[in-house]
Each structure stands twice: as structure tokens, then as C-alpha cells.
Design a binder for this molecule. Structure first.
Ligand code: SF4
Length: 742
């Protein structure tokens, strides 16, 4: 360890975590480690605010403190996002902090292959010596990291800088690859920057809302509440193979055949053009590629697409007509689009509809990707993986120079290319090129597509470090070293929500045992690695926020006008951009492109399109059904690492995996409600309780993604532009489980 990292500094950190003291006055920081730089002065018995740490809605919560510790919470009434509402996960946000399986000390696998408790000093030495040995033997790129959309932006920025500028890693990616990569690429190519253009007010301002592959009733219930508050009696169109809760509430539902979405959207565009619903003036002034696009979509005739998609011609025409006649039409999509073998082009087909009809930059409009995780948007700008910090480009020498200058580092330490994508990193492990992996706050062994392969790949690593709140995740169990991390509520920083609102996260509870905020784990590692000096500018989360401001200067996401954390707190979150000199009213909800200028050099948006691609996997006689996956309920979050810790939430969903089967298929396969069935793909199988329902169409079954077994089945196909996995389509068979054999 370097001379800058003294044992007492580690002790100071641990003391800080254990006591949960919240102000510099209460924390004497003996080592000058910066731990006292907690800007938010909280009274021990008071109520404060913090943004929720589950989904990208970014609700404001009021956290009630007793003796400086959170004892309860309620939704914030004065937060523009949620206006006094929260979903079950938000209400239960404190409970997972007190789970019995929290990681409380570092764990190191011993010679007998058992994880045993060690001190931080030993853990840091093992981290550095093992990874350095791998790099010395196999090159710097033989160690990589996989991060998350669940930690604050400041932590992402420090991690990305430590790994790439300090430790010489070339490759790191995040679990945001699994949810948002498609939207990122779609926006960048179409708008010139990854810029979701909307604000939540648009849910209330539209007269037509089109949801594609999105089920906000379940996945984003507070956003759906905003839809319910829309006073314009809007038309709500849902394009989704399942009759989801949102589809049931819609005025029009197109239950299309899975993955016929690109053809359907091109057909709708063709109908809009044919019927004269194009905003010619907007297109002429602000959009490039209209004639080519019009020629392309002519090939997607109504009759053909109706047959391909299984949706009637009349229904498609009605949707096109409703969009065409709408004055304020907004288009929304989530994972049904993003998690596809051709998701980027599908997302752009949606963007194209908004562009050709001039539905962007005005209240109630927009081509709007709804994000998944609480800080996926922070990851998109500041994780330093695919993009250089601040939405910059690794390949751009000017961008590298700017980042080097802000961080006061040698520009030569910045790689000239972005990282490999998540799947390529795992491929690198499989090929023996990547031997060491550091996984932070994500559960690869559960969530990655084609799970058996993913687990086998992780087992090949010479050294796997998992940094997490819990010791029991499927991934932590495979680790050689587990670093115990503080969670939401036990540290500070900022999240960026789906509408680009930066919200403040506060430390309102003490982390258990020796668990540390990820920020301080990264600081300890930087010192132990010998690069603490190089990264000295990352003094504390709030100092890092000041760096982020400088990194954003001149970018579309410029936030130089946000003074500090206190301003974020006072204004109840602030959307990017907010350049220096511009002020906004508290609670203002702002959208992009009001002036019709996009971020490409010529200021114009691009219409992007191509021929649909063949399906990566086909059904056949043996595997005749299409497996769909997605969220099961508002009470479950992803791999359930946290939500399964709440007895309240567990009462709200089935603990056992279940499969939705159409009555026709249930009859054909001899299945009755509540039977156990085996669902099997060419890769694996799972056992699930049968739920007979018309929610799924004949020939399709649905399994919620939260159950570990779901990814035993999925097929590892990827969008060629975004490298996002296609979780939503693979071929399976179903049979009644033999109670004695299975
Ligand atoms: S909707 Fe999302 S941000 Fe809001 S309370 Fe629920 S999980 Fe938290």
C-alpha cells in the first residue's frame, strides 16, 4: 500500500461507516481521507429527502431519521417526478439494508476453496497482487471490469478512471448493456448524442401515447400514474405481443407476433406518408433522409405486414390514422424494443415516426426511451466504458485532452478506443484472453443471457472479484474475493433518471460491519495499487460532482450551471442540460429540441432504417413455442438481490417461478392451472408453476426474468450495433413435470 494509505485512514473510514455520523463536525477525519466531506447537514432527528435506488423513474423519498439513522420513509409530495406516490419497492427501500446476508467483511477464498473472512488490508493486497500478476503475465487488457447502473454517478466516474487510467484496463462494461445500450446507439446515430428528449410532464400533455414493448403499469408504475393524470382523454396505443396490464388499459392494442415490430413500424410509417400526415415543414428544416426512407417503407405493404405480424389491416390502419391525426403524439419504448437482435433499428423506426410527423420538441411529444435502472443514465454519460467521461469519445484527441486536463492526468494514460461490450468481455474470458474480472454491484451469473454458459465462463477466471452488498448472489458465490459494499441509503452521490433529472442520494443509514461505500473502496484500491496520487482529484463524491460538471462543459449534457449538491437538493433534482448562466425555476420540467436543432454538426436528425434481419432462433416441431421474458410485478427488481429481502414485497409476488400459457396450448400439452411444468429450450430447462391465461397468445409462453432459472433458457443473440442481448425471443417446448423425476 502506498504511503498515502495509512491503517488509521482505513479505520477512519470504517468508523465513519459504523457510526453513521453524518456531518464533518461529527466525524473527525484523522487521516485526511476526505471522509468528512459530507455536504448535507442532517439533524439527528429530522426528515430529509433522497431519490429512490431501484428504477429509473427516480422518485423522491422523504427519509425519517432518529438519532441520525433512517427509521422509515414516505414518498416526497414536493418532488415533481412522483408527487407523493411510490411503488412497493420504494416504500420498502430501507428493508434490504438490514438483511442477514449482508457482506460485512471482505471474504477471500483459501487453499481449501472456502471463502473466509479477512481484514481490508489483506483483501486489498490480494486484489492488487493477483490482478497485477495476471497483467504482468498476460498484458494489461487481461483484467476487465463489469459495473452497474445501480451505483451513483460519482462512483462510476471514479471506477472508470481508476480502472482505465490507473490500472491500465482497456475493457470494462456495465449491466446497462442489458437494458439501455440499444437506446444509446439509436439516439446517438439519429440525434448526434445519447439524448432522451422528454420530461415526465409529456405523459400528461399528450393526446396520443404509443407504448412499444413497454408495460409501465408494472415496470414504471409511477410513470403510469402520470399517464392516468392526463386530462386530455388520450388515445393510448400499446404494441406488445402480450395483453399486459398496460395493454388492458389501452384504447388500442396491437398484439403483434414477437419480433415483427420492425416491419409493423415501417408499415405504419408508410401509411402516414401515404395519407399525407407528414409534417413537411419540420422534415424539410430539421431531418435528413426522408426520400430514401419513404422509398424504403413502401416495400412494407399493409397486406404483407398484417400477415407477418398477425395483426389485422384495420387495426394497423387505425393506429396510423390515430397517430396522424394526433396533435401531441408521444412514443415510448423499453425492453421489448431494446432487448432484440435488431433493437437499434426498431428504436430508430420509432424515432422516425416522431420525426416525420414533427412530434418532437413540443409538450406531449417525443421519441422517448424509458430507462431501466436508477442510474443507467449516469452510466451512459460517466461510466468511462463505451464513452469517455462526460459523453466524450475515446477516439477523439481533443476529447482526450479535455478529460486529461480536467482530471490533471497525463493524456497518454487515456486509451484511444472504447471498451469491448459485455458479451465480448465474456467471450474474451472464454478465449483465455481475459483472466481477471472485477464485478461491481451486478449479478452476472443470474442475469446474463444463456446462464449456464455465463456461469461456466466465470468459473474459468484465474481471479474473480465481486464487490457487492450481499455474499449470497449467484455471482458472489463464484468469487475468489468478495469486497463488502454499502448500499443505497448508506452513501451519497447522484443518480440521473429517465427524464435526465439529476437527483441526490444521501447517507441516512450506517453500513453494517466493515462494508464501505463503493467510492471509498475505489479510493482504497487506488492507493493500494499505487495510483492514489494520480486520482487525487476524486477527493469525495461532491468533489467528483464538481469534476463531472467540468467534464460536461460544452457537451449537450452540460451541467455547469448546477452549483452543488445543496442546489440539487433545494430544487428537488435538476434535469440536464443546465449550462452556466442559465437558470431554471425549481420543479421545472424541460424537454430537448424545442428549437428543432439536433446534435449532429448540421443540426439535423437522421432517419435510419434497414431491411429486417432473420430471427436468430426458430421454432420447430420439437421446440414449437416462443418464450417471452420480462418483469413479473412491481414488487420485484431484476435478480431480486434486494427485493427478495423484504417480507412485505415477497407477499406481493409468487416466490416460485411461473409460466404463463395460453389456454389453447395448455389443452394441447395437458396442462391445468397450478400444475408444475418443465419449460425447455435447446440450452436448458426450468420448472415452473403453470398460469393459464389469455395474456399470452397461442404459441407463446412468458416467464418473468426475476427467477434465476429464466436465463437457463434464453438464446445468446445480440443487436449488431448495440451488442444488447436479445432476451425476448427463443424457442422452447413445455410439458407437464413428472412429480417423481423432475
Ligand atoms: S417507481 Fe421506481 S423510483 Fe419510484 S418508488 Fe418505485 S422503484 Fe423507486
Amino acid at each position: 500500500m502506498s504511503s498515502k494509505l495509512k491503517p488509521q485512514q482505513v479505520v477512519a473510514d470504517l468508523l465513519f461507516q459504523r457510526t453513521g455520523k453524518l456531518t464533518r463536525e461529527l466525524v473527525r477525519d484523522p487521516g485526511g481521507f476526505g471522509l468528512g466531506q459530507v455536504p448535507v447537514r442532517l439533524k439527528p432527528d429530522s426528515t430529509t429527502t433522497a431519490v429512490c435506488g431501484f428504477c429509473s423513474t427516480g422518485c423522491g423519498l422523504e427519509v425519517h431519521l432518529k438519532d441520525g439513522q433512517a427509521v422509515n420513509l414516505s414518498p416526497a409530495r414536493d418532488y415533481s417526478v412522483n408527487k407523493g406516490a411510490a411503488c412497493p419497492k420504494g416504500w420498502e427501500a430501507l428493508t434490504p439494508l438490514f438483511a442477514k446476508d449482508r457482506a460485512v467483511k471482505p471474504l477471500l477464498r483459501n487453499e481449501r476453496g472456502v471463502l473466509e473472512e479477512v481484514g481490508w488490508q489483506t483483501a486489498l493486497e490480494a486484489f492488487c497482487s493477483r490482478f497485477k500478476a495476471i497483467q504482468q503475465r498476460h498484458g494489461a487488457a487481461s483484467v476487465a471490469f463489469l459495473s452497474t447502473g445501480q451505483i451513483p454517478t460519482e462512483e462510476m466516474a471514479l471506477l472508470g478512471s481508476l480502472a482505465k487510467f490507473g490500472m491500465g484496463m482497456l475493457h470494462g462494461d456495465g449491466n446497462t448493456r442489458q437494458c439501455m445500450a440499444t437506446s444509446v446507439v439509436a439516439y446517438k446515430q439519429a440525434f448526434g448524442f445519447d439524448a432522451p428528449p422528454y420530461c415526465y410532464e409529456d405523459f400528461e400533455e399528450s393526446d396520443v401515447l404509443v407504448f412499444v414493448g413497454a408495460n409501465p403499469c408494472i415496470a414504471h408504475p409511477i410513470m403510469w400514474e402520470r399517464v392516468c393524470k392526463n386530462p386530455h382523454t388520450p388515445q393510448i396505443i400499446v404494441i406488445d405481443p402480450r395483453k399486459t396490464e398496460t395493454a388492458m388499459a389501452a384504447t388500442q392494442h396491437l398484439p403483434l407476433r414477437p419480433k415483427s415490430d420492425l416491419r409493423l413500424l415501417y408499415c405504419i410509417a408508410g401509411l402516414l406518408i401515404e395519407s399525407g400526415y407528414v409534417d413537411r415543414e419540420f422534415v424539410a428544416q430539421h431531418v435528413t433522409g426522408f426520400d430514401e426512407f419513404a422509398a424504403h417503407v413502401r416495400g412494407f405493404t399493409l397486406a404483407d405486414v398484417a400477415m407477418d405480424s398477425g395483426v389485422s389491416s384495420e387495426s394497423i390502419e387505425l393506429v396510423a390514422d390515430t397517430i396522424g391525426r394526433g396533435k401531441r403524439v408521444s412514443f415510448w419504448w423499453t425492453m421489448g424494443v431494446n432487448q432484440s437482435h435488431e433493437g437499434v433499428r426498431v428504436a430508430q423506426a420509432i424515432i422516425n415516426l416522431a420525426l416525420i410527423t414533427g412530434n418532437i420538441g413540443r409538450p406531449g411529444t417525443g421519441a422517448n426511451s424509458i430507462t431501466g435502472q436508477c442510474n443507467a443514465m449516469g452510466s451512459r454519460l460517466f461510466s468511462n466504458t463505451t464513452n469517455l467521461l462526460g459523453g466524450h469519445d475515446f477516439a477523439n484527441a481533443e476529447h482526450r485532452a479535455k478529460v486529461a486536463s480536467v482530471l490533471d492526468i497525463d493524456v497518454e494514460t487515456i486509451p484511444e478506443q472504447g471498451s469491448l461490450a459485455y458479451d465480448q468481455i465474456l467471450e474474451g474470458v472464454l478465449a483465455g484472453k481475459i483472466k481477471g474480472l472485477w464485478i461491481i454491484a451486478t449479478n452476472t451469473a443470474h442475469s446474463w443471457i444463456n446462464q449456464s454458459d455465463a456461469q461456466e465462463i466465470l468459473k474459468r477466471l484465474d481471479f474473480l472479484v465481486v464487490q457487492d452488498m450481499y455474499t449470497t448472489t449467484e455471482t458472489a458465490r463464484l468469487a475468489h474475493l468478495v469486497l463488502p459494499a454499502a448500499g443505497w441509503g448508506e452513501k451519497e452521490g447522484t443518480f440521473i433518471n429517465s427524464e435526465r433529472r439529476i437527483g441526490l442520494l444521501k447517507k441516512v443509514s450506517r453500513a453494517p460491519g466493515e462494508a464501505l461505500a463503493d467510492f471509498y473502496i475505489f479510493k482504497l484500491i487506488a492507493d493500494a495499487w499505487g495510483v492514489g496520487d494520480l486520482l487525487r482529484v476524486f477527493e469525495s463524491p461532491e468533489h467528483t460532482f464538481q469534476l463531472m460538471k467540468r467534464l460536461s462543459r460544452g457537451q449537450p449534457c452540460d451541467i455547469t450551471g448546477i452549483r452543488d449538491y445543496a442546489m440539487l437538493d433545494d430544487r428537488r433534482g435538476i434535469q440536464w442540460p443546465l449550462p452556466e448562466g442559465q437558470d431554471v425555476e425549481a420543479q421545472a420540467e424541460r424537454r430537448l429540441f424545442e428549437d428543432g436543432r439536433f446534435f449532429h454538426a448540421d443540426g439535423r436528425a437522421r432517419l435510419l432504417f434497414e431491411a429486417p434481419r432473420p430471427l436468430p432462433e426458430n421454432t420447430d416441431e420439437r421446440y414449437p413455442l416462443i418464450l417471452l421474458s420480462g418483469r413479473g410485478s412491481s414488487s420485484q427488481w431484476h435478480t431480486q438481490t434486494r427485493t427478495a429481502k423484504s417480507p412485505v414485497l415477497k407477499k406481493l409476488y409468487s416466490e416460485e417461478a411461473y409460466v404463463e400459457v395460453n389456454p389453447e396450448d395448455a389443452r394441447r400439452h395437458g396442462l391445468s392451472p397450478s400444475d408444475h411444468a418443465i419449460v425447455e429450450s435447446r440450452r436448458g430447462k426450468l420448472r415452473a408453476r403453470v398460469h393459464v391465461t389469455h395474456v399470452v397468445q397461442p404459441g407463446q409462453v412468458f416467464v418473468p426474468m426475476h427467477y434465476a432459472e429464466a436465463n437457463q433458457l434464453t438464446f445468446a443473440a445480440f443487436d449488431p450495433y448495440s451488442r444488447q442481448p436479445s432476451y425476448k425471443y427463443c424457442a422452447v417446448q413445455i410439458r407437464k413435470a413428472d412429480p417423481f423425476a423432475e
